[in-house]
Design a protein around this ligand. Structure first.
Ligand code: HEM
Length: 390
């Protein structure tokens, strides 16, 4: 196994702030890394990560993709829906959701996304100093998902408030009673949407899923929860990463403000991958790098490390909008490949287009006040204090 001196604890704040040096050491010194205290094995090379994601018979999702032991296990499907399932159930649910979550439905969202982006960008830019993470990057994706579900605009702020606890959940700490209450009330709220759409269908995703008839009410509520974690928080971190790394790299920022928005989104996904890793359960004893990993072991597949693999991306630690990002695995691979990739990319493009249209490129960030999540799975910023000039 090697790499006896490599220590990787994804919950350590310093590691979480910048995990890339330890990922690089794992790729070279411990491509199969074992953390016995936290009970996981990690794969970090691009080739191993790609192979692991596509071999779902060897690496099961039935305990969910979360690294946190409290959130994984056979119960994971109750709040993580089909991302915590294997075939044939996964195939059945994914097919039903894909029938409703069509490219046409996603493309049709663009004007609405632009409006939501403006609604949050304009007041922030008027103030001049604001928190990019809280005031823009966290709000736009949640409101887009609310719109997708058919939540009326007047109720969006309530959904944001209640989902706060879910998104600020810190596995290293305890969730407050208030947080638990918020999540339960969100579950009740989602159930009421499903019941309402069953009685009076509209032109929204939930109505389409109800009409399809394949999913039970519990299936639908679990799916709506999954959308918040999988679709909102990840997109928040994509936006923060793009905003922050462009600020740190003025030449790249000039290219971004010069119109290279698509490349800005793609390189940000690669460089500071929001879905840093996914966990799996090993279905049989398996040998990697001369070590046999036992059946049922928890395997942590480090997507963010694969995206910095020097054998695939030249100068991987350089943020470069001109590079080829075709081999980045930011949305996963195989059966569980992200269903929301086109929506995330669309949101990224629209928000960055709107920002570059109304803000001068010489914005400023107070680095001393940046705060990051410590989830393990999803990495990104929850506070990004910014000052802009119109
Ligand atoms: C699955 C990343 C945005 C919905 C995944 C997976 C990754 C990922 C890596 C695979 C999980 C696994 O293999 O266990 C991302 C990133 C996003 C993003 C980086 C934003 C930058 C979205 C959005 C939505 C979404 C906007 C929907 C609104 C889903 C769903 C799955 C999924 C439903 C489960 C697919 C399955 O299990 O078959 N995402 N995602 N994601 N994502 Fe995303």
């Amino acid at each position: 196994m090697g790499g006896v001196d490599v220590v990787y604890n994804p919950y350590d704040r310093a590691v979480n702030d910048d995990p890339y040096p330890v990922y690089a050491r794992m790729r070279t010194e411990a491509p199969l890394y074992h953390n016995a205290d936290l009970g996981f094995w990690a794969l970090s090379r691009h080739a191993d990560v790609s192979a692991a994601l596509t071999d779902s018979a060897l690496l099961s999702s039935d305990h969910g993709p979360l690294l946190d032991p409290g959130a994984s296990g056979p119960h994971a499907r109750t709040f993580l829906s089909f991302v915590a399932m294997d075939p044939p159930e996964h195939t059945r649910m994914r097919a039903a959701i894909s029938r409703a979550f069509t490219p046409r439905r996603v493309a049709a969202l663009e004007p609405m996304i632009r409006q939501i982006a403006r609604d949050h960008i304009e007041p922030a830019v008027e103030r001049g100093t604001f928190d990019f993470a809280r005031d823009i990057a966290a709000k736009v994706p949640l409101d887009v998902i609310s719109e997708l579900m058919g939540v009326p605009p007047a109720e969006r702020a309530g959904v944001r408030r209640r989902s706060d606890a879910l998104l600020r959940y810190d596995p290293a700490g305890q969730m407050s009673d208030e947080g638990v209450k918020g999540i339960l009330s969100l579950g009740d709220y989602y159930r009421s949407i499903v019941v309402e759409r069953r009685a009076a269908p509209r032109d929204d995703l939930v109505s389409a899923l109800v009409a399809d008839g394949e999913l039970t009410e519990d299936d639908l509520v679990a799916f709506l929860f999954l959308l918040i974690g999988a679709g909102a928080e990840t997109t928040t971190h994509l936006l923060c990463g793009a905003w922050y790394w462009a600020w740190r790299n003025p030449v790249q920022r000039a290219a971004a403000f010069g119109g290279a928005i698509g490349a800005w989104v793609e390189e940000s996904l690669r460089y500071d991958t929001p879905a840093a890793g996914v966990a799996r359960r090993l279905t049989r004893d398996t040998e990697w790098y001369g070590t046999t990993v036992p059946k049922d072991a928890r395997v942590w597949i480090l997507i963010a490390s694969a995206n910095r693999d020097e054998t695939v991306f030249p100068d991987p630690d350089v943020y470069d909008l001109g590079r080829d990002t075709g081999k980045a695995i930011s949305f996963g691979a195989g059966r569980h490949y992200c269903l929301g990739g086109p929506l995330a990319r669309l949101e990224g493009r629209v928000v960055l287009e709107e920002l570059t249209a109304c803000v001068a490129p010489d914005y400023d960030i107070d680095r001393s006040l940046i705060r990051r999540t410590v989830h393990g799975n999803v990495r990104g910023m929850v506070s990004l204090p910014t000052t802009v000039k119109p």
